[in-house]
Design a protein around this ligand. Structure first.
Ligand SMILES: *Cc1c(COP(=O)(O)O)cnc(C)c1O
Length: 499
């Protein structure tokens, strides 16, 4: 299986090469040249498999330049009982008769990025060996909060790699900040950037595109790669849990084989929901993919109008991991939905870069709308949703998942479609505890308390245990104290690498 660029201006590469490079040389994203198909029998068989076996099943088709032994190794190092608090890895929780929640946050950082970032470093280390790479890989990450910690945790002390994470100084929670600045490991570094996520992400993109910096690194035996959700090695493990959720519903006799279901995905960079789209193209019976945004509702507008317009105010919301105005992975959807029209995709991406806006043709818009439904939830509705779901069911949603639940309610009201649905839950409620406690216990319960004190408040109120990695966080020593302007990010990288 070879991988090509969505922009069509560079040669095709193996999966190991695509994972090593992250971004294609022409600025596009790598996509597999074929989509692997699963028939009903294969899906039915998955219902009897463990999560690890399901993962292997999906991965071996796309990463076919890895041996089965190598992939088994990757899966077994990533999805372990030591790293995930539950044997199921990605368990389903039944919320209402026809609505389940897919919990993707039982990993080491309490958010869904672990699903991919626990395995990506293993893909990468093997990719380096396969492609005869002599240079040490430097992972640069721009994070809106969760990716950074998950990447640091995934790459910590992985041989042949260094990792530098840039996070926005405004816009991450206390818990997220502490998770990153206390990160241990001999090859890790986290740096605050003055500004928001887009400033950090644009800074990283600039460094990736800077030939002088690349040459300097090369002279010193280093090479950049990316662990952002544009890397194919992050996308492919995310396909697994969509099959896994369906397989669990089959096993629980909640659906018949072939029965279509809806997925509702809280969306930022469009990676998670794109993996759902791949799963659907691979034969997973899906009716609609519901794209849920917060007040940064660029995607809602795009899916409803065909116009992508990032020229709008960036809003800080209670679901900060979705505070994004440029959803990078949308490029892959545009490529797939136009049957690989790289010329069109390049044109749109060029307009986005130069003018901040592009519009797709009617046919493309219609095709997108035949699969996707989009809506958004503002902070006040998000909090009300946490409150009402807790009151009705006793289940505690985090803010990102609450955005999805609220948008799902809007979907049902607007379409009357009551197809069984899976809400994709992307973070533990403990991770964004201030908003969650406010919603379920009222303003007084949070007054004067830090997020760390609120962990216990939430635990007492909900009866849930505080996830182990969050428990002692406030007592860990701060190891990373640097802050820089977006324009100085390249300098910082040079300093860290001593080049
Ligand atoms: C990253 C993240 C999202 C958004 O996922 P995308 O793949 O970027 O669309 C949603 N919720 C949480 C908690 C996240 O960390």
């Amino acid at each position: 299986m070879l991988y090509r660029s969505t922009r069509g201006n560079c040669s095709n590469v193996s999966s190991a090469e695509a994972i090593k490079r992250g971004l294609a040389a022409d600025g596009g994203l790598f996509v597999p040249e074929k989509i692997i198909h699963f028939d009903k029998d294969q899906i039915l068989k998955m219902s009897e498999m463990t999560y690890q076996e399901r993962a292997l099943n999906i991965l071996e088709g796309y990463l076919d330049d890895y041996t089965l032994g190598e992939l088994t190794d990757c899966v077994n190092q990533a999805y372990t009982a030591q790293k995930f608090e539950t044997e199921a890895i990605a368990p389903l929780h039944k919320l209402y008769d026809s609505v389940s929640v897919l919990e993707l946050w039982h990993g080491p950082t309490s958010a869904f990025k672990d699903m991919a970032l626990q395995i990506l470093p293993h893909f990468l280390v093997k990719a380096l060996k396969k492609t005869g790479e002599k240079e040490e890989i430097v992972i640069l990450v721009a994070t809106s909060g969760d990716t950074g910690k998950a990447a640091l945790e995934g790459f910590k002390d992985v041989e042949g790699t260094k990792i530098i994470v840039f996070f926005p100084s405004e816009g991450v929670s206390q818990v997220q900040r502490m998770q990153m600045v206390t990160q241990e490991g001999g090859n890790v570094c986290s740096i605050a950037v003055e500004g928001n996520f887009d400033d950090a992400q644009n800074g990283v993109k600039r460094i990736f595109g800077d030939e002088a910096v690349a040459a300097l690194l090369h002279e010193n035996g280093y090479k950049f790669s990316s662990a952002n959700s544009i890397n194919w090695g992050r996308l492919v493990p995310q396909i697994v849990y969509y099959f896994s959720a369906y397989a669990d519903m089959l096993r629980n006799k909640e659906i018949e084989i072939g029965e279509k279901i809806n997925f509702v995905v809280p969306t930022g960079n469009f990676g998670n929901i794109l993996a759902a789209y791949y799963a659907m193209q691979m034969g997973l019976p899906v009716n609609k993919l519901i794209c849920a945004s917060n007040d940064n509702n660029v995607l809602t507008d795009f899916i409803n109008s065909g116009v992508y317009d990032r020229n709008r105010e960036f809003k800080k919301t209670l679901s900060p991991s979705m505070d994004i105005l440029i959803s990078s992975n949308l490029e892959r959807l545009l490529y797939l939905i136009t049957d690989g029209n790289s010329e069109a995709v390049s044109g749109w991406m060029g307009k986005l870069k130069n003018d901040g806006v592009y519009s797709v043709d009617q046919e493309t818009k219609k095709k997108i709308q035949s699969v996707f439904w989009a809506g958004s939830s503002n902070d006040s509705d998000t909090l009300k949703t946490i409150e009402s779901v807790y009151a009705e069911t006793g289940y505690v949603l985090d803010t990102h998942t609450a955005v999805a639940v609220d948008v799902y309610d809007k979907y049902v009201i607007s379409t009357s479609d009551v197809t069984k649905a899976v809400i994709v839950s992307t973070a533990s409620p403990f991770k964004f505890n201030e908003s969650v406690v406010k919603a379920i216990a009222g303003e007084e319960a949070v007054a004067g308390k830090t997020e760390f004190e609120l962990l216990s408040v939430l635990s007492e109120k909900s009866g849930l245990a505080i996830p182990a990695p969050l428990k002692e966080l406030d007592r860990k020593p701060v190891l990373h104290k640097e802050i820089c302007r977006p324009m100085d990010m390249a300098e910082k990288v040079k300093q860290v690498l001593k080049v």
